[in-house]
Every structure is written in structure tokens, then in C-alpha cells.
Unconditional design. Structure first.
Length: 255
């Protein structure tokens, strides 16, 4: 009996107020996100035919040149692979796609409740820009030219998180960023140092988790569609294109 009472209480205490207008017509969450070879992507992903209220904003995809793009911590990533069953993806930084020279001097730090690196598959490379190494000739194999309007145009990449490479100890660089690559790619890069651009384009593996999965499951139980109220930062359940309450008994009081 106690569990039943608990359940009753639980459903009654769910605060279902949302920031959508009372007559909000939340259509199209049955639509799939489709972009290039990516088909049939649904919740938690949104974008394209799927309006933003169909999932958490962290999973919003844009379709750019037939490639889905995801934005995490102000950096854009191309989605190279996506496996909704295992909830993992392969990402590559969009700003480093055409050229390893970027003016978006930010570290690819994903650590969030939504995305985490696959530590078994990934490792970091560090890219240094604006290095004062004009006196070093010939240039080592991990050097490349990058004009970022910094005082110096020399750039270097170092495989691994810290500049342990002795070549980096002789001079100063104005900025360093870390970007993950696959460990398997790193091994190839060690064999041929001119493949850095390709190495970045191979991307790295990331796991995703949807923190609202439980609420979503409850919603699917009443044949609802999972959605999200970004203003209130909470999941919603959509039945017949209206916000409903996951107990499935009545439509929610919508403010
Ligand atoms: C829903 O999809 C239809 C057909 O694709 C489109 O005309 C309509 O504007 C969409 N509505 C919303 C709210 O996105
Ligand atoms: C994706 O959609 C297409 C066309 O609607 C369908 O033929 C295909 O079976 C779907 N694939 C999956 C994995 O659901
Ligand atoms: C996703 O996980 C599955 C199972 O662990 C694995 O086989 C697959 O390679 C992974 N894909 C990516 C892109 O990480
Ligand atoms: C990369 O190059 C392609 C083709 O040259 C171009 O369409 C695209 O805009 C470029 N992307 C970036 C981020 O520079
Ligand atoms: C990137 O991270 C490293 C190590 O945490 C830090 O020293 C560096 O300043 C960061 N770079 C940027 C551009 O934030
Ligand atoms: C650049 O490096 C050279 C040689 O190490 C040094 O003499 C010079 O002062 C450095 N310039 C700047 C602006 O740091
Ligand atoms: C490059 O730097 C100079 C001096 O700091 C500045 O005047 C100029 O506008 C910069 N150019 C670009 C393209 O940022
Ligand atoms: C390294 O890769 C470059 C670019 O693909 C290729 O041209 C070159 O022949 C490779 N070098 C070696 C030693 O394999």
C-alpha cells in the first residue's frame, strides 16, 4: 500500500506549470531530424524539422552542408557518427575542419552532464599558436604556419596533454589549446607527422546521456512525446500537441 500512496503523491506533486502559453500548440515532435546521411534522429535531438521544444537545448543540431553540427561550450562540432542505441557519437571541431589554424582559441572541454569523452578511445593533442621560434631551422615536423595576427606565426602540435616534447622547451607561445583525437589516430600521426589535419578530421568519441530520460520514459508510457521547456529548464510531456502531465490523467495547468 505504501508504494501506491507514494506514487499518488509523486504524481500529484509534479509541478507541471510551463512557460508555454496556455494554448501552446507544440506540433512536429513526431518529425525526425534528417541531415545528409543522418536519418530518423529523434529525441533528445532537435533541429531541422524538430522544433526546439522537442528536446533539451544541449542536443540541438544544425544541418550545415549535409553535416549535423552540435554546439558544446561555445564551440561547434561536426557530428561524424551517431549511435542512438549506445548513446555515443564521433565529433570533430568545425573550426579545425578546413585548417588546423583557428581563431577560436578555446579548449575542447566537454565535461558536462550531457557529454563525456570516451577515455578508452580518446587522448589529447595540444596545439600551440603564436610561437616565437623564428630562430629554429629547419622546422620540426610538428610545426605549421598559422597567421592569427599574433606577434608570431609559428604553430606546433604536441601529442599528449602537456608540452613534454623537448622541442617545446626552447621558446614561448602565446596560446595553447587541447583537442581530443582517437588514440588509434595518434598512433598513425606518430608514424607520419604530416597527417595532423587528417587526424583532427577523424574526430573523437563522446558518450552522451540524457538526464531527463526517466521523465521521458514516463511520458512515453502515456503515449506522449518528450519535449523540453527551455525557459523553465525542465522536461515536458506533449500529448496531442499540448503539454500534458505524465500521469496521463489530465492536461496540465498551463500558465
Ligand atoms: C510543422 O511542420 C509543418 C510541415 O513541415 C510546417 O509547415 C510547420 O511550420 C511546422 N510547425 C512548427 C511549429 O515547426
Ligand atoms: C528511417 O526512415 C526511413 C524512411 O522513412 C525508413 O525506411 C527506415 O527504415 C528508417 N530507419 C530506421 C533505422 O528507423
Ligand atoms: C558506440 O558504442 C558501441 C558499443 O560500445 C561501439 O561498438 C561503437 O564503436 C561506439 N561508437 C562510437 C562512435 O563511439
Ligand atoms: C570549409 O571549406 C568549405 C569548402 O571549401 C567551405 O564551404 C566551408 O565554408 C569552410 N568552412 C569553414 C569553417 O571555413
Ligand atoms: C587550455 O587548457 C590549458 C590547461 O588547462 C590552459 O593552460 C590553457 O590556458 C587553456 N587555453 C585556453 C585558450 O583556454
Ligand atoms: C623571441 O625569441 C628570441 C630568441 O629566443 C628572443 O631574443 C626575443 O626576445 C623573443 N621575442 C619576443 C617578443 O618574445
Ligand atoms: C591585426 O593586429 C593589428 C594590431 O594589433 C590590428 O590593427 C589589426 O586590425 C589586426 N587585424 C586583424 C585582421 O585582426
Ligand atoms: C605522409 O602523409 C602524406 C600525406 O598523406 C603523404 O604524402 C606522405 O607520403 C606520407 N609520408 C610517409 C613517410 O608515409
Amino acid at each position: 500500500m505504501l508504494p501506491l500512496i507514494f506514487l499518488f503523491f509523486f504524481f500529484c506533486s509534479v509541478d507541471v506549470t510551463t512557460s508555454f502559453p496556455a494554448d501552446a500548440y507544440l506540433s512536429n515532435c513526431t518529425q525526425n531530424f534528417e541531415c545528409g546521411p543522418f536519418r530518423n534522429l529523434t529525441y533528445p535531438f532537435t533541429g531541422g524539422a524538430r522544433p526546439s521544444y522537442c528536446g533539451p537545448p544541449e542536443f540541438h543540431l544544425s544541418c550545415i552542408d549535409d553535416t549535423p553540427e552540435l554546439t558544446i561550450a561555445a564551440l561547434s562540432y561536426r557530428v561524424l557518427k551517431l549511435d542512438p542505441v549506445h548513446q555515443n557519437l564521433t565529433l570533430a571541431r568545425s573550426d579545425l575542419w578546413n585548417s588546423t589554424c583557428t581563431d577560436k582559441l578555446g579548449n575542447s572541454t566537454l565535461e558536462s552532464e550531457f557529454f563525456t569523452y570516451d577515455d578508452d578511445d580518446d587522448m589529447d593533442v595540444t596545439i600551440f599558436y603564436g610561437c616565437n621560434s623564428t630562430l629554429i631551422t629547419p622546422k620540426p615536423e610538428n610545426w605549421f604556419f598559422c597567421d592569427l595576427n599574433l606577434t608570431f606565426d609559428d604553430a606546433y602540435y604536441v601529442i599528449g596533454p602537456a608540452p613534454l616534447d623537448p622541442i617545446m622547451s626552447g621558446f614561448k607561445c602565446s596560446v595553447g589549446i587541447t583537442v581530443p583525437i582517437l588514440k588509434t589516430t595518434a598512433a598513425v600521426l606518430v608514424g607520419n607527422r604530416s597527417l595532423f589535419g587528417e587526424a583532427i578530421k577523424t574526430g573523437f568519441n563522446v558518450h552522451y546521456t540524457n538526464p531527463y530520460e526517466k521523465q521521458c520514459a514516463k511520458c512515453l508510457n502515456v503515449n506522449g512525446l518528450c519535449g523540453f521547456d527551455s525557459d523553465k529548464n525542465r522536461p515536458v510531456c506533449i500529448c496531442g500537441n499540448r503539454v500534458c502531465n505524465p500521469a496521463g490523467i489530465s492536461f496540465s495547468r498551463v500558465l
